[in-house]
Structures are given as structure tokens and as C-alpha cells.
Design a protein around this ligand. Structure first.
Ligand code: NOJ
Length: 557
């Protein structure tokens, strides 16, 4: 397997709005990020992925961009950003920027022009269609609820928006649009950034004719996703982007790709494919979805997670590369989701980190994950800010669904769980701001905060730090082969990693009770030493052994 710096890196994602506010306006900003770089250096981070900091009317918190080459006023200035890059590079850290080019904001100058008239030079930068029988051009729904089409009085046509109606989809069929995107990418790369995370980038090629899709029972709109995910020209676009832009720089790229399978991921990330380095896949994030999707709650069944992650580990074993994540700004907090955010908060957060950080791939830590930040339960919908959450709530109310059931789904799955401000200390507003935070701080910041954990050697923070250090010390963690053991076990997640003579055994008890296990002979070595564990004292490796609640141990065999 070819060695690459981005395979050996650990990435930290910053959602700037919620990270650190330096000027008391209640919104995180770039100088705030700069003030926390030493904290991230101490954690051992190599790369920061910065969620969008560009000019935006904030319909979707910066994922609706009105100027790709300028900074949002609330976040600071371009000088602040230049300073951030300099301060990061001085500390030996790299920066990857979010590239959001499936859609722009409707306030972007391209769209302002585009909607003016049918013969405007920018008309074709977006996807406009005539009404069909006086209605929407097709039956697709938006990912944020409602129709995927918005009618525009001015020219009497509809435009496509797979997300909010303030996020019109860009038309990648148009070579001029592609050229403009590439030149914008070059502009950032020439400023010295180290790569891109690409937002829903497997949505950019739509099937010609934008056909109607099947409407499932009880739904008003069809998904349409089979006509825009991994579409017909997607590989042509990546190959062109690679040739025109990426091949000229030593950078890392990760494409966010809902609905991608491992075989497709190999096409996107294979060594000789000249496309991307890795993708964010989502299949492991939907194992706790009921049949009606994300808001339909279902408990995770551990063997499903093992089967899923193992499939990804083995499919990309020889060619392609995995990203490893349990958290980001769109997902609920993993310790609340798959662990225990009460009695075994510390143990379960560390156990989940072990499962992920011992796998093959590039690990991503989302802000606050390294201190075990948890989901939040605000008492009323008024306290929520996320557009997806609010749209869901309103649709449920219109459909006459009970408030309590709706709130329960939001408590478990809502995106604001990930977006409450970073918990720096136990003071008012968790040290995030001197002012009023744009989204309330989780009341548990008095117990769960970075300051307390940096000062406690046994904390979740120090455990993450150690996992990151181990990755630097043992090549087997980066490049070794992954093999699942005891695959059908309902409570244990166990696997080995092997590189040449080096072999690791990872054992994780996924539940809150003691667990007696019976290991296969071939992994039971007399001379095993413990690399890391989340319990004090020694747990000796034996064929038959007992793990404590949420215990995780990594042995070097
Ligand atoms: C995926 C991003 O992660 C999410 O936050 C955003 O709402 C959508 N793409 C639309 O840009």
C-alpha cells in the first residue's frame, strides 16, 4: 500500500460558529479558532477541516455560500483567515477547506444574474425547467423537506434545490460553471491550503431528463436520489477536476457522499483513478434508522455495525482509502447515540474512540468529541436553530403528529446536538462567549469541559491524545490489515490488525455489563502487552476472560 501523509494524519473538524467566540457577539469566529490552536496541537491533530467560513446569508449555517472568495463578517476578515493559515502552518498543522459546489446561495451573484432573464449569461449556471402541467417539473422532494423545486415569478420557471430553497443546485453540465469552480479552487490552493472536504459532491451529476421517481406510501414527494447520487457524468467531472486542479498540488481530498457503497468508493478513491483520496460514506450512520428514515428511531444492533464497518475495511483493503468517523456537524453525539452518556460516560466514550481509531483509514475527530460532549434536550422547539430540524418539526405538526414524539426524534437525531457551543470550561456559557451564544450551551458543561479534562490524566481528552500518539508510533495502525473476529457476537466488537510481524488485538465490550468472552486460540498470546485500555489495573489476555462494562483493550501480540 502506497504511503501518503493524509493516510497517516488525524483530522479535527471545526464548526466555526460553535467553536470559540473572541468578540462577544455569541458566534464563534476565526480569531477564536487561532486562540485554541495550541489546545489542538496538544491533542496531536495534524489537519483541521474547517466547515464553511465564506460569505453566507446563513440559511444553512454557511452551507449556502454567497461569495466563495470572501469571509463571513461574523467570522472575521480575510486577514484573520490568512493569520489562521500561518499560525497553523507554523505549528505543523494543515488546513482543509469545505468546498460546497453542488449548490450556492440564492444570494450568490451567479444566481442573482441567473434568475433575471432566460437569456442571461448565468442562466445556465443553475437548473431551470418549465412547469409541467402547471406544476413542478418532477416529483422529487428536497433533503430538507418539501418539494425540490421553487417557482420563480420573474421568468415563470422552476429552479432545482436538493436542499433549502435558498440553496439552488449548480448546473455541472455547463463547462463555464465548471471552469469558474476550478479557478476558485486554484485561488484557495494558491493561498496555501492543503485540500478540500467536498460537500454532497456525489450529487453534482443529475440523470438527463430529471425523471420522476416512485412516491413511497404516505409520502408527498419522491426521493429522486437514484437520479442524482453517483450520476452518469460524476467520474468525468472528478477526472477533469483532478487534471485541471488537484494534480498540480500535494493536497488531500475527501468527498462527502451519501448513498455510496464500497465498490463505488473504490472508483472514487482508487490509486490509479485520479479522482479523490477518500469519501465520507453514511451507511453506518443509518443503522439506527427505522424504515421511515432518520427520524424513525431504532436501536443499533451491534452485529449490523460490525458487518458494515468490516465490509468497508475489507473492500478498500488493497485499493482506495477509508475515512473513519462517528461524529460531524450533522450527526448526533456518538457517546449519546451508541454509548452511555450517564453512568459510563467516560468508559463508553473511550471505548467508541478505540473502535474507530484502531481501524484502517484516516480518523476524524469532531469538535467536542475528544471530551465526550453529549446530545442536548432543549425543552421547547423555540430553542432550536437547525433548518432541517425546524422543517421536520413543522411538517410533523401539520400532519397532526404528537409534539412529544416529534421532540424525542429531535433529541436523538437532530443536528443541533452537534452544534451546541464547544465546552471549554465550567464558567457561564462554557467559556465559549462573553455574550449570548447563538445556540444555548449544554447545561452539562459544568462537568464535561476541556479545561477539566486537560488537567485530568484519566480523561477522555487524554485517551484521545494517546490513541493519536499510538497511530504515530505503530505503522500497523495506519497500514495493517483488518480482520474481524467473533463476528456474530452480539456484545463484543473484536478485530485484529496485522502488518508484517506486528499484530494488534482490539477488544471492545459495547454494553454496560460485565462480559465473559471466549477468544479463538490464534489470538491468545502469552507475551501480549497492553497498548491502551480504559480501565485501571491489568487485564491479562486469556482464552477465557472477562471485560468490564464498556471496557476496551488493545493488545500488542
Ligand atoms: C451536507 C452538510 O454536511 C450539511 O450540513 C448541509 O446542510 C448539506 N450538505 C447541504 O449543504
Amino acid at each position: 500500500m502506497e504511503k501518503q501523509w493524509w493516510k497517516e494524519s488525524v483530522v479535527y473538524q471545526i464548526y466555526p460558529r460553535s467553536f470559540m467566540d473572541s468578540n462577544g457577539d455569541g458566534i464563534g469566529d476565526i480569531p477564536g479558532i487561532i486562540s485554541k490552536l495550541d489546545y489542538l496541537k496538544e491533542l496531536g491533530i495534524d489537519v483541521i477541516w474547517l466547515s464553511p467560513v465564506y460569505k453566507s446569508p446563513n440559511d444553512d449555517n454557511g452551507y449556502d455560500i454567497s461569495d466563495y472568495q470572501d469571509i463571513m463578517d461574523e467570522f472575521g476578515t480575510m486577514d484573520d483567515w490568512d493569520q489562521l493559515l500561518k499560525e497553523m502552518h507554523n505549528r505543523g498543522m494543515k488546513l482543509i477547506m469545505d468546498l460546497v459546489v453542488n449548490h450556492s446561495s440564492d444570494e450568490h451573484k451567479w444566481f442573482v444574474e441567473s434568475r433575471k432573464s432566460k437569456d442571461n449569461p448565468y442562466r445556465d449556471y443553475y437548473i431551470w425547467r418549465k412547469p409541467k402541467d402547471g406544476k413542478e417539473p418532477n416529483n422529487w422532494g428536497s433533503n430538507f423537506g418539501g418539494s425540490a423545486w421553487e417557482y420563480d415569478e420573474e421568468t415563470g420557471e422552476y429552479f432545482l434545490h436538493l436542499f433549502s430553497k435558498k440553496q439552488p443546485d449548480l448546473n455541472w453540465e455547463n463547462p463555464k460553471l465548471r471552469e469558474d469552480v476550478y479557478s476558485m479552487m486554484k485561488w484557495w490552493l494558491d493561498k496555501g491550503i492543503d485540500g478540500f472536504r467536498m460537500d454532497v459532491v456525489n450529487f453534482i451529476s443529475k440523470v438527463e431528463g430529471l425523471p420522476d421517481d416512485e412516491v413511497k406510501p404516505g409520502k408527498k414527494y419522491a426521493s429522486g436520489s437514484k437520479y442524482y447520487r453517483n450520476g452518469p457524468k460524476i467520474h468525468d467531472y472528478f477526472k477533469e477536476m483532478h487534471k485541471e486542479v488537484l494534480s498540480n498540488y500535494d493536497v488531500m481530498t475527501v468527498g462527502e457522499m451519501p448513498g455510496v457503497n464500497p465498490e463505488q468508493a473504490r472508483l472514487y478513491t482508487g490509486k490509479d483513478r485520479d479522482e479523490l483520496n477518500m469519501v465520507f460514506q453514511f451507511s453506518h450512520m443509518s443503522l439506527d434508522n427505522g424504515k421511515n428514515g432518520k427520524w424513525d428511531l431504532k436501536p443499533l444492533y451491534l452485529p449490523d455495525l460490525k458487518e458494515n464497518l468490516t465490509h468497508w475495511q475489507t473492500a478498500l483493503e488493497k485499493d482506495g482509502w477509508n475515512s473513519l468517523y462517528f461524529n460531524n456537524h450533522d450527526q448526533p453525539r456518538v457517546v449519546s447515540r451508541f454509548g452511555d452518556d450517564g453512568k459510563y460516560h467516560r468508559e463508553s466514550a473511550k471505548m467508541l474512540a478505540t473502535i474507530l481509531h484502531m481501524m484502517k483509514g484516516t480518523p476524524y475527530v469532531y469538535q467536542g468529541e475528544e471530551i465526550g460532549m453529549t446530545n442536548v434536550r432543549f425543552s421547547s422547539i423555540e430553542e432550536y436553530e437547525d433548518i432541517e430540524t425546524l422543517n421536520f418539526y413543522n411538517e410533523q405538526m401539520e400532519a397532526g403528529e404528537p409534539v412529544q414524539k416529534t421532540m424525542e426524534s429531535i433529541y436523538v437525531k437532530g443536528r443541533d446536538n452537534a452544534r451546541t457551543p464547544m465546552q471549554w470550561d465550567s464558567s457561564r456559557n462554557a467559556g465559549f462567549t462573553e455574550g449570548e451564544p447563538w445556540l444555548a450551551v449544554n447545561p452539562n458543561h459544568k462537568e464535561i469541559n476541556a479545561e477539566a479534562q486537560v488537567n485530568d490524566e484519566d480523561s477522555i481528552f487524554h485517551y484521545y491524545k494517546k490513541l493519536i500518539e499510538l497511530r504515530k508510533q505503530h505503522e500497523v495502525i495506519v497500514y495493517g490489515r483488518y480482520e474481524l473476529i467473533l463476528g456474530d457476537h452480539e456484545k463484543l466488537y473484536a478485530y485484529t490488525r496485522t502488518l508484517g510481524d506486528e499484530k494488534l488485538l482490539v477488544l471492545c465490550n459495547f454494553y454496560d455489563e460485565d462480559l465473559e468472552i471466549d477468544l479463538p486460540e490464534e489470538v491468545v498470546s502469552e507475551n501480549a502487552s497492553t497498548l491502551i485500555t480504559n480501565y485501571k489495573g491489568e487485564t491479562k489476555l486469556a482464552k477465557q476472560m472477562k471485560l468490564q462494562p464498556y471496557q476496551a483493550i488493545v493488545y500488542k501480540l
